[in-house]
Structures are given as structure tokens and as C-alpha cells.
Design a protein around this ligand. Structure first.
Ligand code: RM4
Ligand code: MN
Ligand code: MN
Length: 399
């Protein structure tokens, strides 16, 4: 790599941050069950401590996304949680409302035909916006599980109107500098129809709701082989890209480590963002977030590994010779254009990334350094004892 290429990578990395998910540190599983880990976080204090570790060893994961019902409780004020985060060297990132686990949501939340249920869901959104304000968060990140399981069951147009109407209430409550992101997903938990099934639906709803609404792209929420980077390019071009949930998949919403199955896909997403930045003269500050639940990998290591993979792929995307690429595109030189992407993707950027870590006085190998610290075995022992003391008997059972 030439000096100017190394510089290009360093400049890009100086602007690259990725948010960790609080739920990635806790015991989670599939719908068939859970495999419990002694070192898994028990409460919000543990989750923030673990996220603090990830940031300390990587240097670019300064914020943590919280899930309202899993992380906040009556006996702990939001500002206390924000202070706790600070103590561990991180800040609160996106606030994720939970419109899917309560019994009242059997037939949906914001799209439910029952007015009382819709009102309860709206109240939860307003509470979430309040939590965001009190924790200094700019983002309310909405994943809607609403949908139906059987043909004929639901009036999809009625539900669309209900969605706009209810989301507008949240929209009005947000500060001018706050955003609400709408995450789409084609199926699951509902299997016949999902109210926000794809980026187009999320886009339409966001536009109807108002200027503080954007679309969120979860890389696992597409049909197989869908061109995600094209969606990203269109959302960028229309000013509607709100952020990401990163993970990888082979089949459905697998929540596997980002870039573990198809790193070229992840690279192409980053490339579209940087290409847009190059063309418009401004690289957008996109909230990149990890949305993964590791049930068999050790959790903190898995998040460190994910962050490092994302950073490496971002560095590769930064290396694309965009000037050259633009010329080849104009001249219809498809092989040369494609080679612009391939040569960046296959370049060994690790020495440049090492150099960046050295420059920022970070551990050269975050994963190895974290392992050497002994943190995980220490907390495993402590948390195991605390579970016993608190009488928490973990269960892996599905039914
Ligand atoms: C969904 C989606 C959301 C997450 C829920 C629990 O599949 O990815 O972001 O909050 O799972
Ligand atoms: Mn997600
Ligand atoms: Mn998902």
C-alpha cells in the first residue's frame, strides 16, 4: 500500500464507529431454547461494563443500544443509567422500544384493530422517546413485529393508515434533533404478512409520518440474494437512510457475525456509502449498529470480533479508487470497474489498520488483548455466584 492509500484508510477509520447492542451481552437464544453462559450479563450494569470492555479494546465502539423492556426498570432512573454508562467509558445509543413481547400484542401493536392496544403501544413509544431524552440518545429505533399469519386475516390498508397515525404521535414528541428509525423485516414473527415488510414500505411510512423519520436497514432482514447495497444507495440518495443493524445470515434472520458468511456484501454496502460521500463531498454520518445475539460464541469476544471485521471491511471499502471507478463506469468499462472493487476487497489492509491502532495507542490485537486481560473468567465467576445468590435459575427451555 502506498502512503496515500494508508492515509485514505486512516482518515476513513477516524470517522468509523459502530454501536454495540446491550442484548448481545446477555443470554439469548433461538425460539427452540437457550444455552446459558456463566459470563453472560445479568443486568444493565453488567451489559454496560461489557460494552465498556469492547470500546476499551477496540477504540471505536463508544455507544450502546438499549432495549427498553430488557434494560430499564422502575428502580433505576434513566439518568442513573446514563451515568453508569459514562463510568464504563461509553454512552447510550439508540433506544429500542419493545412492541412485541406483551400479551396484548397477539394481533399487533400499532396496527392492532383494538384501540386500547394501539394506545398502549403509542404510550410505550412516548415513554421510549422520554427515555431517549433523559439518556442523551438521539435515536428511537423501532422494530415492528406487527403482521398476520393467515390470508384474509387482516386488512393491510387499514393497518397501514393506523401505522401512520400512531407513529405521528411519537414524531410530534421528538426533539428536533431526534430521529425515529423504522426497521423493516419481510417475515417473522408473523409469516403471512408483515406491516413493514421491506424498505419501500418503510420509506412510504417514514415519508408520511414526517421529517424526523428514516429507514433502518438490518442486513439480515431481506430475502436471499436481495441487492442490499442498491437499497442503501437509494436511501442515501433520497436522504432517508437512518442507520443499520449489522449481522450476517445464510437462511433467514440468523443474527450471525457480520461479514462471517458474505464479507463482500458488507464491503459493497460500505462502498456505496463512501462512494456517495465522494460524489457529494460529504460522507454521511450513518449510525452503524450491531444487532446480533450470540448463543454459542462467548459474547464479548464475539462483539469484539464483529467490530474488528466491520472495521476491516470499512477500511477495504475506503481503499476503492473512486475516481478511477467513476471513469470506468462512464466509459462502460465493466471489467475495469469491477476490478476497482475487487482489488480493494482483496487488498491486505491489516498493516494499515495496525498502524491506525498504534497511532491511537490501542491494543494491536483487540481480541488477544481482551483474552489476556482475564475479564471474562473473572466475571463468569462473579456472575455465577451472583446468580446463585439472587436465586436466578436460568432456563434454556423452549416450552
Ligand atoms: C428483530 C429485529 C430487531 C430486534 C428484535 C428482537 O429480528 O432485528 O432489531 O430488536 O429482533
Ligand atoms: Mn434488527
Ligand atoms: Mn433481526
Amino acid at each position: 500500500m502506498t502512503d496515500s492509500e494508508v492515509q485514505k484508510v486512516h482518515q476513513a477509520l477516524d470517522n468509523f464507529q459502530i454501536e454495540t447492542p446491550s442484548w448481545g451481552f446477555a443470554d439469548t437464544g433461538t425460539r427452540f431454547g437457550k444455552f446459558l453462559q456463566d459470563a453472560a450479563a445479568i443486568d444493565i450494569q453488567d451489559k454496560l461494563a461489557d460494552a465498556g470492555q469492547v470500546h476499551a479494546f477496540t477504540g471505536f465502539c463508544p455507544t450502546v443500544a438499549l432495549h427498553v423492556l430488557w434494560d430499564f426498570s422502575e428502580n433505576q432512573s434513566p439518568s442513573e443509567i446514563a451515568r453508569l454508562a459514562q463510568k464504563h467509558g461509553v454512552r447510550i445509543g439508540a433506544i429500542n422500544p419493545n412492541l412485541f413481547q406483551d400479551q396484548i400484542y397477539k394481533y399487533g401493536s400499532l396496527c392492532n384493530r383494538d384501540e386500547d392496544v394501539r394506545a398502549a403501544a403509542v404510550k410505550h413509544l412516548l415513554d421510549s422517546a422520554e427515555l431517549a431524552k433523559q439518556t442523551g440518545s438521539q435515536v428511537v429505533f423501532i422494530w415492528l413485529a406487527d403482521g398476520s399469519n393467515y390470508p384474509g386475516q387482516a386488512n393491510v390498508r387499514w393497518r397501514k393508515h393506523a401505522l401512520v397515525e400512531t407513529l405521528r404521535v411519537l414524531h410530534e414528541a421528538l426533539n428536533p434533533d431526534q430521529l425515529m428509525l423504522l426497521e423493516y423485516k419481510p417475515f417473522e414473527p408473523a409469516f403471512y404478512h408483515t406491516d413493514l415488510a421491506d424498505w419501500g414500505m418503510a420509506y412510504v411510512i417514514a415519508k408520511e409520518v414526517g421529517s424526523k423519520a428514516r429507514v433502518a436497514v438490518d442486513s439480515g432482514h431481506h430475502y436471499l440474494s436481495q441487492n442490499i447495497e442498491q437499497i442503501v444507495a437509494w436511501l442515501l440518495d433520497t436522504g432517508m437512510l437512518g442507520g443499520f443493524h449489522f449481522n450476517d445470515r445464510r437462511y433467514a434472520d440468523d443474527d450471525l457475525t457480520f461479514g462471517s458468511i458474505d464479507p463482500y456484501q458488507a464491503f459493497r454496502i460500505f462502498h456505496e456509502i463512501l462512494f456517495f460521500g465522494w460524489e457529494t463531498g460529504k460522507v454521511p454520518r450513518v449510525p452503524y449498529m450491531i444487532d446480533q445475539s450470540h448463543m454459542d460464541k462467548p459474547k464479548i469476544e464475539a462483539i469484539i470480533q464483529t467490530a474488528v471485521i466491520a472495521q476491516e471491511l470499512y477500511a477495504k471499502a475506503a481503499l476503492v479508487d473512486r475516481e478511477k471507478l467513476a471513469k470506468h463506469q462512464e466509459a462502460n468499462e465493466q471489467i475495469d470497474a469491477e476490478e476497482c472493487l475487487r482489488s480493494a476487497f482483496f487488498a491486505d489492509i491489516r498493516p494499515a489498520v495496525l498502524e491506525w491502532r498504534r497511532k491511537h495507542k490501542l491494543p494491536l490485537d483487540p481480541l488477544a488483548a481482551f483474552r489476556e486481560s482475564g475479564y471474562e473468567s473473572r466475571v463468569a465467576k462473579e456472575r455465577k455466584a451472583r446468580r446463585a445468590e439472587l436465586g436466578i435459575v436460568g432456563s434454556g427451555s423452549y416450552a
